[in-house]
Design a binder for this molecule. Structure first.
Ligand code: IPE
Ligand code: MG
Length: 217
């Protein structure tokens, strides 16, 4: 979800205002994905590198996460969406952790679209944690399935497509294990400007891709 800061800057607003607008876009995107039959959607809200930002901006982001959990995510859980998080939540403010935990727990048996929020998430951290977890169990030879089973998305499908907004063309430590055969799409839209027509574009673009997974044809 990139481009909140630039969206705000264009309007001579503080970066926080960009993050707030980003939350409004997130609601639209989640609802549109659900309407289009998407089964799982992951959103990169805060990376393990985002701690480098000014404390004031970090606090504003976590406050938005708390409000989003209490308001929107709660509504989604009531509508049978399953909300999950990936990342090391233990480093977040207690209040942010509690608000997310409550939502995740209350919807854990839901069967609708999975909304996965990556927060204090890093792909390398995820893989290293998985390997340490396996080693602690006494196993000294790791295979691919074991890693897949010990990462945050254990048992869930790898992403079909990864979209980065705002014109940046890099992965920034997102789902490094899971992306092995994902399609990529880089769009210029700043995250707060995301709407239905961007989702249409993404789905249409995905439908034109020919996925071979290393096979021929
Ligand atoms: C949002 O966009 C991403 C978050 C970490 C919340 P940015 O804050 O990275 O926006 P830009 O890149 O400065 O435009
Ligand atoms: Mg950015």
């Amino acid at each position: 979800m990139d481009g909140n800061g630039r969206w705000a800057k264009k309007r001579a607003l503080p970066r926080k205002a960009g993050h707030k607008a980003g939350v409004d876009a997130l609601k639209k995107v989640i609802e549109e994905c659900q309407a289009r039959g998407v089964q799982m959607c992951s959103f990169y809200a805060f990376s393990t590198e985002n701690w480098k930002r000014p404390q004031d901006e970090i606090n504003a982001i976590f406050k938005l996460v708390e409000d989003f959990a209490a308001n929107e995510l709660k509504k989604y859980v009531d509508k049978n969406y399953r909300v999950m998080c990936m990342g090391d939540l233990s480093l977040l403010p207690q209040k942010t952790q509690d608000s997310l935990k409550e939502i995740v727990d209350s919807g854990k048996n839901n069967t609708g679209m999975i909304v996965n929020i990556a927060i204090n998430y890093g792909g390398r951290q995820e893989i290293v944690n998985a390997i340490n977890y396996i080693l602690q169990s006494g196993i000294n030879k790791v295979d691919e399935q074991m890693v897949s089973d010990c990462i945050y998305t254990a048992g869930l499908p790898d992403p079909d497509i990864i979209v980065r907004t705002s014109g940046e063309e890099r992965i920034s430590n997102f789902m490094l294990w899971q992306l092995a055969y994902s399609e990529f799409l880089f769009i210029d839209t700043l995250w707060p400007d995301m709407d239905k027509k961007d989702i249409d574009y993404i789905i249409n673009e995905y439908s034109k891709r020919n996925r071979r997974f290393g096979d021929i044809k």
